[in-house]
Design a protein around this ligand. Structure first.
Ligand code: DGT
Ligand code: CA
Ligand code: CA
Ligand code: ZN
Length: 574
């Protein structure tokens, strides 16, 4: 149960109540609950387990009880009732732009529409025009809405969003009269998934920019077009909002539209206590109504007595307290990274040779890499057995001898079998410079068993790093059930680093768990898990997540010099 799933339950309830035309206050309170849970920076599961759930703004005792119920049982009594309601089937229709609760009920009563597919069929067959009170071209509108809905369900990975955002920025930057352009919103905060992309611009030629923006090749649909704000839907299904802003308040707007909402609320309250009004238009003296700051973000922070807070930290998860105490972290940067410790080659399921990977890594300015192909249990990837790995290690050493300017460490991503044993012998593992261990099968094990399995796996003193510790694939596969706190404790005891797998649909460990690991004194290894040389560039997503996890260079072993790294690795093998 992720926060999104819990929020979904409250939203479903609100939908059904709305379809039934129930008390609007009741509907609104369910909607609000859904929003609060959806936007929470921390895992509801963790908050409940630690008894901190009522500390979240907007969660009182009543709501907290419902959330606990959902986490424990996956549902609530009322939700089960709601699911039996005849109207429950109609909630999907509400996702279609242009269909509200009244219309949904009408379509159901008069022509028996229950699902989006039914609706599509009715529209295609021209059954809607005959209904009373339907506007012109209703069928066309609804079909367009259905198409839009099907393309835009779910959030996008950060890599998808960045790819589109950067392309758009490049085009807009080239337009005359654009003096500044920035990404704001969740993408600037580098959240692991992105709802929509927010772009801010300073320019005197608004018309020109809006025309260019709404006629980009990648645009499928223009949702709104105005002088200061336009929104488009890209063919990929990603929505992009563009705002044109005046220079004098640009810093305030950039701060406001970067969010998060929770962070903004605290800024506003903080200002209020100082006799200031903080908004997207500037920081104003409440009495004189004079603007005292707004041109730059730094100015805005300074006006409320704060140093600049990095966007990745703006989740109201302790950044204000740390700023006041002067203990904000010196966040890790991509430039701090000296090597990459997980990648695959042609020996298993990679696309490139050892030499090719090394050459590309050298081009990125790295001092070292580790080649870590799969072991035999991962049959689909052509995993190596003892003998094959031993031969591969020899080949890696040979490549290392031949190549100047970068150290190629020999390694393996060894499988942790269901009983916690590793599927490569200690004899061969001890030939490796670095050993990553990981789970690749049996994902549905009960929590206790999975936790024990992994603890046993990393209990082997030859293991240095636990790879993709929770196994999730964003938008595809939930993490397996584990006691992550227990794993963090074990990693500390065993002197094992936890991986922050930087593959953009993994980002595993995720941000809050990176922070927990850091707090427990456990080191992180940011690796790309590349299966082709170009993927070595995915390190940026790992660094983004590391920053969201408050990590500093010293928390990440890939920032160490080769000697420092070797020392860390040797620490395990006494
Ligand atoms: P997303 O798009 O769901 O990934 O998340 P954001 O954070 O980009 O959210 P978005 O696009 O709805 O709005 C961008 C920022 O604008 C958001 O982070 C904070 C600010 N903002 C928008 N609406 C509100 C609001 O009602 N209250 C406050 N305080 N800030 C808001
Ligand atoms: Ca956004
Ligand atoms: Ca937006
Ligand atoms: Zn793996």
């Amino acid at each position: 149960m992720e926060n999104i799933d819990i929020a979904r339950i409250f939203d479903d309830i609100a939908d059904v109540l709305e379809l039934k035309d129930e008390n609007p206050f009741r509907i609104r309170s369910y909607r609000r609950a859904a929003r609060v849970i959806h936007d929470m920076p921390e895992d509801a599961k963790t908050l409940v387990a630690e008894g901190r759930i009522t500390e979240v703004r907007g969660i009182g005792k009543g709501l907290a009880e419902k959330i606990e119920d959902i986490i424990k049982t996956g549902t609530t009594e009322f939700y089960e009732e709601i699911k039996q309601d005849a109207f429950f089937h109609l909630t999907e229709l509400l996702n279609i732009p242009g269909i509200g609760p009244k219309l949904a009920v009408k379509l159901n009563r008069e022509i028996g529409v229950e699902t989006v597919d039914d609706l599509e069929e009715a529209a295609v067959k021209g059954k809607l025009n005959s209904l009373e009170g339907m506007g012109e071209k209703i069928e066309e509108k609804i079909l367009k809405g259905i198409e839009q809905y099907r393309r835009s369900t779910g959030r996008f990975t950060i890599a998808d969003a960045i790819t589109y955002a950067e392309a758009i920025m490049k085009t807009l930057k080239a337009i005359k009269g654009v003096s500044r352009i920035d990404i704001a919103g969740s993408l600037r905060r580098m959240r692991e998934t992105i709802g929509d992309v927010d772009i801010l611009v300073i320019s005197k030629s608004a018309g020109l920019i809006m025309d260019a923006f709404t006629s980009l090749d990648s645009v499928a649909d223009v949702l709104a077009k105005g002088d200061t704000k336009s929104s488009v839907l890209l063919r990929s299904g990603i929505q992009v909002d563009l705002r044109i802003l005046p220079q004098a308040s640009y810093g305030s707007a950039l701060h406001y539209f970067t969010g998060s909402k929770d962070h903004n609320v605290v800024m506003r309250d903080r200002g209020k206590r100082m006799g200031l009004k903080v908004s997207e238009y500037g920081v104003f003296d409440t009495k004189s109504e004079k603007r005292i700051a707004g041109k730059t973000e730094k100015e805005v922070f300074r006006a409320v007595g704060l140093p600049f807070i990095s966007p990745e930290l703006r989740e109201n998860s302790g950044e204000f307290e740390a700023a006041d105490r002067g203990t904000l972290p010196h966040l890790i940067e991509l430039d701090d990274i000296r090597g990459d410790l997980q990648m695959h080659t042609k020996a298993t399921d990679g696309a490139n040779t050892v030499e090719e990977m090394a050459r590309y890594a050298k081009g990125l300015g790295y001092e070292y890499i580790a080649i870590t192909d799969h072991s035999k249990a991962v049959r689909v990837a052509g995993g190596l057995d003892d003998k094959e790995l031993a031969a591969h290690i020899k080949a890696i050493r040979k490549a290392n001898d031949k190549m100047d300017g970068i150290e190629i460490l020999s390694g393996v991503e060894v499988d942790i079998l269901k009983d916690g044993r590793l599927d490569i012998s200690d004899e061969v593992l001890s030939e490796c410079d670095v050993v990553l261990a990981a789970v690749h099968s049996g994902f549905t094990m009960p929590r206790d068993e999975m936790t024990e399995r992994i603890k046993r796996g990393i209990g082997n003193p030859l293991v240095n790093i636990l790879a993709h510790p929770t196994g999730r694939i964003i938008n595809e596969r939930e993490p397996y059930e584990i006691d992550i706190e227990e794993i963090i404790r074990e990693a500390k005891t065993q002197h094992v680093a936890l991986e922050l797998n930087s593959y953009p649909n993994r980002l595993d460990l995720k941000d809050v768990h990176c922070r927990a690991a850091k707090d427990a004194g456990v080191k992180i290894s940011t690796n790309t898990d590349s299966h082709a040389d170009l993927q070595l560039r995915n390190m940026r997503y790992g660094i983004a997540t590391a920053r969201r996890g408050w990590l500093e260079p010293d928390d990440v072993i890939n920032t160490y010099s080769l000697a420092g790294l070797k020392k860390f690795l040797a620490g395990r093998r006494r």
